[in-house]
Design a protein around this ligand. Structure first.
Ligand SMILES: [Zn+2]
Length: 484
């Protein structure tokens, strides 16, 4: 090769290398993950697509009318199955996941391998699938980190709100750690004395029954009568006695001082807290035992929704939502709150359409109250709102199931009960709705890569918390293996 040819080739090679280097240099894309100031995480316990549709038909005579069903919200379906359950012989039965094709072909399929609220709540809160009945614990008995703890680690406030008792499966699964959802007293004590929650608002009042009438009830949701007496003293104490044990409330603000609970119970107190300055740490237990309204007049439930008046002296979930967002919104660092429409599930277990529609409407009104809070006090650049469920309850379908597997309920117009049929008194393995609006929805879009023939893209229950940990970080929290 002549010297001249060698020089020409070298020149072109240098030219090419130069071109490639500037062509390949990617434009500096800002890979900064979004970091919401606030996250409002709604869980409709037992809420399936047909539950939402049934309430829409009764209240509005049409489907798709809820604020979270609009196109400016991200929508996907969510798979709810857990890792395993313990059967009656004490054997561990691993779940078989969710099979999109079989789900719509075999009407019996969805009645199997369904989760409970403990395992589902734990998955939604920690990003881990676990065993039935576990609360914030792995299958191996290790404590799992809650997204609420990630919020605390970055100076945010934390709230737990529900329409069922404070220590029940879902509220507990977002803040507590216990092997069994049935250890209600232990869980109640844990939530009051071993967490840094800034707000807990939910029923479980041992002085009122399900009709909101004064009656001495069990203290099982709180811990003990002794603890209860000290709570309602509402005197700012940080040290409690329970038998020969001394219990201390935690330092919720991180300033090194223990933060006492401010206790409220009357409906007026909840409504008053929806605006203006608020106590730093609020324990709100309305004057009702197990659910805000679903359990009223048990055994004499009316045929139509709202035919029997709601419990007058008990706030609705919407009113509690407004109070909780005002209290938590006072922290300039932001907050995390889980708001559960828990009694949708209880009405589903009862196959009671009237009570289901009441609970679903109160849940919908609570979401709308949160949207108002965002648009008046924050923005969709700052606040992420998630609306989803932990599992479906009742196998609620239209009239054509099983010929048409899980067909939609049928609209019969405003004020008329839609045409439905129930095919279970417990949970199913159906996909459930997932909606989100605000910073971070692109992460959920990325996670929703599985496909269902009827519901389209779906994500796993665990991936919601995983996305939140990606945005807020996952604090190094010592893992404990708790003894049974
Ligand atoms: Zn249930």
């Amino acid at each position: 090769m002549t010297k001249r040819l060698y020089l020409i080739n070298t020149f072109y090679l240098i030219l090419l290398a130069g071109f490639l280097s500037c062509a390949a240099a990617p434009e500096q894309v800002d890979h900064e993950l979004p970091s919401p100031v606030n996250i409002i995480y709604f869980v409709g316990d037992g809420m399936g697509y047909n539950h939402v549709r049934a309430a829409n038909y009764f209240e509005h005579g049409e489907a798709g009318v809820q604020v979270y069903e609009q196109d400016d919200w991200f929508h996907a379906a969510q798979a709810t199955y857990s890792a395993a359950r313990i059967d009656s012989d004490g054997d561990t039965i691993y779940m078989n996941g969710y099979a999109p094709r079989t789900a719509w072909q075999d009407p019996r399929y969805l009645r199997r391998d369904y989760t409970d609220s403990g395992a589902a709540g734990t998955a939604l809160s920690t990003g881990h699938k676990t065993i039935g009945g576990a609360i914030g614990m792995s299958m191996h008995g290790d404590t799992l980190t809650h997204v609420a703890q990630a919020a605390k680690a970055i100076g945010k406030s934390v709230g737990i709100v529900s329409s069922v008792p404070l220590s029940h499966a879902t509220p507990a699964a977002f803040i507590a750690h216990n092997h069994s959802r049935h250890n209600l007293r232990e869980i109640g004590r844990y939530m009051l004395f071993h967490t840094q929650a800034d707000l807990i608002m939910a029923p479980g009042h041992p002085g009122y029954n399900d009709d909101g009438e004064a009656e001495e009830m069990s203290t099982r949701y709180i811990g003990s009568r002794e603890i209860w007496e000290q709570i309602i003293a509402n005197d700012g104490r940080t040290e409690f006695y329970d038998g020969d044990e001394i219990l201390y409330v935690q330092d919720a603000t991180g300033d090194g001082r223990r933060d006492p609970w401010t206790f409220i119970e009357s409906r007026e107190d909840f409504i008053a807290l929806a605006d203006g300055p608020a106590p730093r740490r609020v324990l709100g237990i309305p004057k009702v035992y197990s659910t805000l309204n679903q359990g009223r007049m048990r055994g004499q439930e009316a045929e139509m929704p709202f035919e029997q008046p709601l419990n007058e002296n008990v706030p609705t979930l919407e009113e509690i939502t407004r109070a909780s967002l005002n209290v938590l919104g006072q922290n300039p660092e932001g907050y995390f709150v889980m708001i559960e429409g828990g009694a949708i599930d209880w009405a589903g277990h009862d196959n009671n359409l009237a009570r289901l529609i009441e609970e679903q409407i109160d849940f919908n009104n609570s979401v709308r109250a949160a949207v108002e809070w965002v648009e008046e006090n924050s923005s969709w650049e700052e606040t992420l709102v998630i609306v989803t469920s932990d599992h479906e309850t009742g196998y609620l379908t239209g009239p054509n199931h099983p010929e048409v597997v899980a067909d939609p309920v049928v609209n019969r117009g405003i004020g008329v009960l839609p045409e439905v049929s129930w095919h279970s008194g417990t949970h199913t393995n159906m996909l459930v709705p997932f909606y989100a609006k605000g910073p971070g929805v692109e992460l959920f879009e990325m996670f929703a890569e599985e496909k269902d023939p009827r519901k389209g893209p779906f994500l796993q229950n665990t991936e919601i918390a995983q996305a939140i940990f990606l945005m807020w970080g996952k604090p190094e929290i010592e893992v404990h293996r708790l003894n049974k």
